[in-house]
Design a protein around this ligand. Structure first.
Ligand code: SF4
Length: 186
């Protein structure tokens, strides 16, 4: 396999001075190679939260408050529990860059991110009865959580009923058009 990203030149793991909680670590890796050709494919495969194709910046939102920012020659991670988790996450993203770039001919690149999803557009595709079966007080609150990937479209039980299949298909198509996925999906 020809690797796009072979060398992490420098890896710094540190506790940010501005973080009042003092309970998370950040990590920054400087890269020997330019990974920008892989970014639209990583965005497609990993469900990027936001992607700026002009400036080659991809933002990934992971579970448990972790974020990864990829730029042409830098990867930054924030929200790690400890050094071991920061190192493992950096190794994971390095492998993802290489594996996904290797498979790029079979992947449709994506140039939009989940940040483009609008809560009001999601709301329009929900039953809007505020029945609370999903555990949220209102459909609006559910729509906001769904946009963030904190819950699944499956959590709205009325939407799973036979009579709502057309509406559900519309919601899923809208989410898919921005590469939506739940935070705990791989
Ligand atoms: S289960 Fe569906 S219809 Fe009921 S409150 Fe939640 S989002 Fe609205």
């Amino acid at each position: 396999m020809v690797m796009l990203l072979e060398t992490i030149k420098n890896l710094e793991i540190f506790r940010p001075k501005c973080d009042a909680t003092k309970e998370v670590l950040h990590a920054i890796a400087d890269l020997a190679e330019d990974i920008s050709p892989a970014l639209p494919y990583l965005n497609a495969e990993l469900g990027g939260w936001d992607y700026d194709d002009r400036n080659h910046v991809l933002l990934l939102k992971l579970s448990a408050g972790k974020w990864v920012t990829l730029q042409p020659q830098q990867i930054a991670i924030r929200g790690c529990r400890d050094i071991a988790e920061a190192q493992a996450l950096m190794e994971w993203i390095k492998n993802q860059v290489n594996e996904i770039y290797e498979r790029r001919h079979a992947i449709l690149p994506r140039y939009t991110g989940q940040a483009g999803l609008k809560v009001m557009e999601i709301l329009k595709l929900l039953p809007r009865t505020n029945c609370r079966a999903c555990g949220y007080a209102t459909c609006m609150a559910y729509a906001a959580a769904l946009r963030e990937g904190e819950i699944s479209w499956e959590n709205c039980l009325p939407l799973q009923e036979e009579k709502s299949q057309g509406q559900l298909a519309g919601l899923r198509a809208y989410l898919d058009s921005y590469g939506w996925r739940a935070l705990d999906e791989g």
